[in-house]
Design a binder for this molecule. Sequence first.
Ligand code: HXC
Length: 256
Amino acid sequence: MANVLVERAGTDVVLLRLNRPEARNALSPELREELRDLFLALDRDESCRAIVITGDMRAFAAGADIKAMAEATPAEMMERDDETNWAAIRNCRKPVIAAVNGYALGGGCELAMHCDIIIAGKSARFGQPEVKLGIMPGAGGTQRLTRAIGKFRAMQLLLTGDFLSAEEAHVAGLVSSVSEDDAVVGDALALAARIAALPPLAVEEIKRVVLTGMDMPLEAALKLEMRSAYLLFGTADKGEAMRAFVEKRPAVFTGK
Ligand code: HXC
């Protein structure tokens, strides 16, 4: 059985459903490799303009598969080359929305944080409980969480393994918006469809500049932003969008 189910939602949105409900969608090595291959393929697939990733009502993902790690040595962990799996998600040019119900813990929280937007159901729980297993986050939990919610809240979560509710995560800045539990996937798909209908080169460039700029000094990031903004003036969709505005008609985008 596939560890990740793929559904087309409309013409240009792809929904990925983690499919290990019996293990709270724990991220087994096989599941991660499937996710890697899917992200590499969707990045190249011109008909895919946005991706939504979700789990089930009980868990988005409860983290790395503990049973597959319990006896692992450092060398075995290195051989798994998880970095390549994460890089496929991190480097995906399409906008990625996490639709989170239930637990997003450890690698599950890190998976959500690899996404561009996080929509959480009211009952969702976020945390990095690795410390309780005598390890620590290895896929950005110490870094992305700290950048998202600040040092002092991140330290409290990372050092205790406590969970944040969806509302607490929203207030802290980890979650983009909170939905009713049963509306999360629908809301994420609707948002993905709205983004997918916008000029894709502009969407891609905005994502690139936000993510690249976060790691740069402000002055350099502002220069990057301005160059990218000017670059988009060369696209057909920019011409169409601005002409359509002036002519008071709907724009028809080609993605060029
Ligand atoms: C493997 C897991 C799992 C996990 C749950 N299961 N989480 N299996 N890896 N991460 C399995 C359980 O063993 C159990 O299997 C079944 O899923 C249901 O789990 P329960 O605990 O019975 O469910 P529940 O009471 O609802 O509690 C849910 C939960 C809890 C709060 C999510 O399962 C939990 O605390 N899980 C571990 C979360 C965690 O520590 N994540 C961080 C992992 S480390 P059986 O066979 O008994 O039915 C990580 C980073 C590693 O992510 C970094 C390495 C560099």
